[in-house]
Design a protein around this ligand. Structure first.
Ligand code: NAD
Ligand code: UFG
Length: 338
């Protein structure tokens, strides 16, 4: 049985992936500093799986603690989610983002190397395509970040490429997620953002549950079918499965590999609102607001490479994403504090 270390395993995508790993028979150890999550998510994951995980509250920047964990335990691979992800906050506090995301990952890789662990799956993002030239976006499209958060993802990708060049023992999967949404079908785990959500789906769910009054639709004058922005929303449980496939790939010693994880289909903001209304049977009040600076009109993935090389394909549609997001939000109106 393989042992996997999951960094950031109490967070949104991490918790769903830990559940998928446990259900697939892996031993899992989670580290998280709980900066943007709570241990409650992991408690619920263990209950759903009927299986325990190891948990250590460790900050990736604390190299001594990280090293002593690797001294005590043997891991076959690391799935690395831990990072800060709020674009706006990264523009206000760039050093926090470089320190947390880049320095944290440097520490992790140094400790892994010292312990002889060379397999890593890294949470990258469609943000590395900046304002993309065209969609669907394939992995070879030009890269460029338009904010410090995106810069940290680009820098880490480049660092992991350099690491592999310096020592081919490293096997690395760079997974570029598109727009992760939804929740586990049980409604026990889901997305629980701090404060007012920046992202569309949690904002819509909080309007539906009555926590927020009204959604602002950022721009209806984009060159799209209804004038609102198009994104590739992907169910978090499909994303979790992508990590299992990536781990399987790493066992074949592929060196460094990069995959887009998306559905390949774009939905407009208005389509998301209407799908959510159908799924929840709740009317979502919204008004049209100016465009949000920095937003692209259209981004969706070409995920053919992941399908061909990983045997992975997103299975859940927008209706399922909205239904599961609503199930989670209505059962847990205050998130994990409910
Ligand atoms: P999240 O905030 O829910 O989870 C990240 C977890 O990492 C949190 O539990 C947080 O407490 C922890 N963490 C942060 N810094 C840490 C540190 N220094 N040491 C230890 N733990 C730390 O976010 P998420 O949505 O689950 O995202 C997971 C990863 O996927 C992130 O790296 C994010 O950048 C990336 N990603 C997310 C999205 C998205 O829209 N959700 C899209 C693309 C990529
Ligand atoms: N939107 C609104 N109103 C809102 C929030 C969003 O109209 O209150 C619109 C946006 O303008 C955009 C779409 O909904 O057209 C999606 O916006 P999100 O903020 O949910 O997602 P983004 O595509 O802007 O960005 C997200 C993450 C990034 C990540 C990217 C790709 O925030 O960090 O997905 O993975 F890089």
């Amino acid at each position: 049985m393989k042992s996997i270390l999951v960094t950031g395993g109490c967070g949104f995508i991490g918790s769903h992936t830990v559940l998928a790993l446990l259900q697939a028979g892996f031993n899992v150890c989670v580290i998280d500093n709980l900066y943007n999550s709570s241990y409650e998510s992991l408690k619920r994951v263990q209950k759903l799986a009927g299986k325990k995980t190891d948990f250590h509250q460790i900050d990736l920047r604390d190299k001594e603690k990280l090293k002593s964990l690797f001294d005590q335990s043997r891991f076959d691979a690391v799935v690395h989610f831990a990072g800060l992800k709020a674009v706006g906050e990264s523009m206000e506090k760039p050093l926090l983002y470089y320190s947390n995301n880049v320095y944290g990952t440097i520490n992790l890789c140094e400790v892994m190397k010292g312990a002889g662990v060379f397999d890593i799956v890294f949470s990258s993002s469609a943000t590395v395509y900046g304002n993309p030239e065209r969609s669907p976006i394939s992995e070879d499209q030009r890269l460029g970040a338009v904010n410090p958060y995106g810069q940290t993802k680009l820098i880490i990708e480049e660092m992991l490429r350099d690491l592999h060049r310096s020592d081919p023992q490293w096997n690395t999967a760079l997974l570029r997620y598109f727009n992760p949404v939804g929740a586990h079908k049980s409604g026990e785990i889901g997305e629980d953002p701090n404060g007012i959500p920046n992202n569309l789906m949690p904002f819509v769910s909080q309007v539906a549950v009555g926590k927020l009054d009204e959604l602002k639709v950022f721009g209806n004058d984009y060159p799209t079918r209804d004038g609102t922005g198009i994104r590739d929303y992907i169910h978090v449980s499909d994303l979790a499965n992508g990590h299992l496939k990536a781990l399987k790939k790493l066992a074949e010693n592929p060196g460094i590999v990069t995959y887009n994880l998306g559905t390949g289909k774009g939905a407009t903001v208005l389509e998301v609102i209407h799908a959510f209304e159908q799924a929840s049977n709740v009317k979502i009040p919204y008004k049209i607001a100016p465009r949000r600076p920095g937003d692209a009109a259209v981004t969706y993935a070409d995920s053919a490479k992941a399908e061909k090389e990983l045997g992975w394909k997103a299975e859940r549609d927008l209706e399922t994403m909205c239904r599961d997001a609503w199930n989670w939000q209505s059962k847990n109106p205050q998130g994990y504090d409910s």
